[in-house]
Design a protein around this ligand. Structure first.
Ligand code: FPP
Length: 231
C-alpha cells in the first residue's frame, strides 16, 4: 500500500450518471441491468479521463434521496458497488487511480464501509486520476454537516472541508437528457460549466467525455469578472 498521494493536476469533471433505468427499460431489461451497464461506462470513462486532461472525476452513484427507490433496486446498486470494489480496486491501483468515496457511510449495508475504506487505502498512492464516487450523498446535507462542525466561515476553509482539498468542479456533465443538479456538489459547482447530454449513461463513453471537454474549452469563464480583452 502506498501512503502518500498528491492532488493530480488537470480539470475536475463531475458527472450525474442519469439514464440507466430508461436504457434498460427500452431494451426490455430490469432497471438493475441498466445500472450494471452503467458500471461498464464508468470503467470506460475513468480509463479515458486522464489522457483527456481530467485530474479529478466525481461521479454520482447513489444520492441520499435514492433510498426512496424500491428495496430491490437499492440492494442491486449496493451489491454493484461491492462488486465494483472487489473487481476494480487492483486495476485502479495499477493505473494510478486514487479512489475515494464521498457521502454518508453510516447507513450503508454491513461490510460496505469497511470495503470502501480498504479500496481507498489500496489506491491512496494514485496520482494519475482522483476518482471520487458519491454514495448516499446530498450536497445540502454535506454543507449542513460542515456548518454544524463549526468550520470557519471563509469560502476557502469551508470549501476545503467539503472537498478535502479537491479543487472546485470545472465541468459538470449530466447524461440522460434531464437538466437539473439534483443536490450534487452545490458548493463545489459554484462556477462550474454545465454540459447536458442526451446520451443515456450506459452508452456514455470516452468520445462523449471528449465532446463535453471540447464544449468546455470553448466556454469563456469569467468568474464574475469581465472578458480579459474588455477589462
Ligand atoms: C440514475 O439513473 C443513476 C443512478 C441512480 C445510479 C447510478 C449508478 C451507477 C452508474 C452504477 C453504480 C455505481 C457504482 C460505482 C458501482 P436512473 O436509474 O435514475 O435512470 P432513469 O432516469 O432512466 O430512470
Amino acid at each position: 500500500m502506498q501512503s502518500s498521494s498528491k492532488t493530480p493536476t488537470g480539470l475536475h469533471v463531475a458527472a450525474i450518471m442519469d439514464g440507466n433505468g430508461r436504457w434498460a427499460t427500452a431494451r426490455g431489461l430490469p432497471r438493475t441491468a441498466g445500472h450494471r451497464a452503467g458500471v461498464e461506462a464508468i470503467r470506460r470513462v475513468a480509463e479515458a479521463a486522464p489522457d483527456l486532461g481530467v485530474g479529478a472525476l466525481t461521479l454520482f452513484a447513489f444520492s441520499a434521496d435514492n433510498w426512496r427507490r424500491p428495496p430491490a433496486e437499492v440492494a442491486g446498486l449496493m451489491s454493484l458497488l461491492r462488486r465494483y470494489l472487489r473487481h476494480e480496486t487492483g486495476r485502479l491501483a495499477r493505473t494510478g487511480t486514487r479512489l475515494t468515496v464521498i457521502g454518508r457511510r453510516d447507513r450503508l449495508p454491513r461490510g460496505l464501509p469497511d470495503a470502501l475504506a480498504r479500496a481507498e487505502a489500496e489506491t491512496a498512492g494514485g496520482e494519475r486520476l482522483h476518482l471520487r464516487i458519491a454514495v448516499d450523498y446530498s450536497a445540502r446535507d454535506a454543507i449542513l454537516a460542515a456548518a454544524a462542525a463549526g468550520i470557519p466561515a471563509s469560502r476557502e476553509a469551508f470549501g476545503r472541508s467539503l472537498s478535502g482539498g479537491v479543487p472546485d468542479v470545472d465541468l459538470l456533465i449530466r447524461s440522460g437528457g434531464e437538466k437539473r443538479l439534483s443536490d450534487f456538489l452545490l458548493w463545489e459547482c459554484a462556477y462550474a460549466e454545465l454540459h447536458f447530454s442526451d446520451r443515456m449513461w450506459p452508452d456514455f463513453g470516452p468520445e462523449d467525455l471528449a465532446a463535453a471537454l471540447r464544449d468546455f474549452s470553448g466556454r469563456e469563464r469569467r468568474f464574475g469578472g469581465l472578458v480579459p480583452a474588455a477589462a
